[in-house]
Design a protein around this ligand. Structure first.
Ligand SMILES: [Zn+2]
Length: 115
């Protein structure tokens, strides 16, 4: 297999692993809600400091329709916010949230009220 390590396109250098085992929460639906959670690694360019997420696991480890989805999201938000990354794929850039932890805390709070 050819290497999948990202290269900084601006600097032309291999990017180094900055944080292993981050958890990407993929958002979907309208309004945006968490859809699935998948492990990945965060890379950084040692020259310019640009960061990207890569080295995704083959599959998400939990989806929104699984019974333990909210508890796993809750654990992540409460216990490991430093590992939390969000894919806002379905949001226009102007609506991107600057604080994914606060956004997901609010989502979990509303879900608890509606449960
Ligand atoms: Zn760079």
């Amino acid at each position: 297999m050819y290497k999948t390590k990202p290269i900084c396109s601006a600097c032309g250098l291999d990017m180094k692993v900055h944080k292993q085992g981050v958890v990407v929460v993929e958002m979907a639906f309208n309004p945006p809600s968490p859809y699935c959670m998948i492990n990945a690694d965060e890379y950084v360019c040692r020259n310019c400091g640009h960061k990207v997420i890569g080295a995704y696991a083959n599959e998400p480890y939990v989806y929104h329709h699984h019974t333990d989805f909210k508890s796993k999201l809750w654990e992540l938000v409460q216990d490991h916010p430093e590992l939390l990354r969000v894919n806002w794929e379905y949001l226009p850039p102007t609506q991107m949230r600057e604080d994914p932890v606060a956004h997901l805390q609010e989502w979990l709070r509303k879900e608890a009220i509606n449960a």
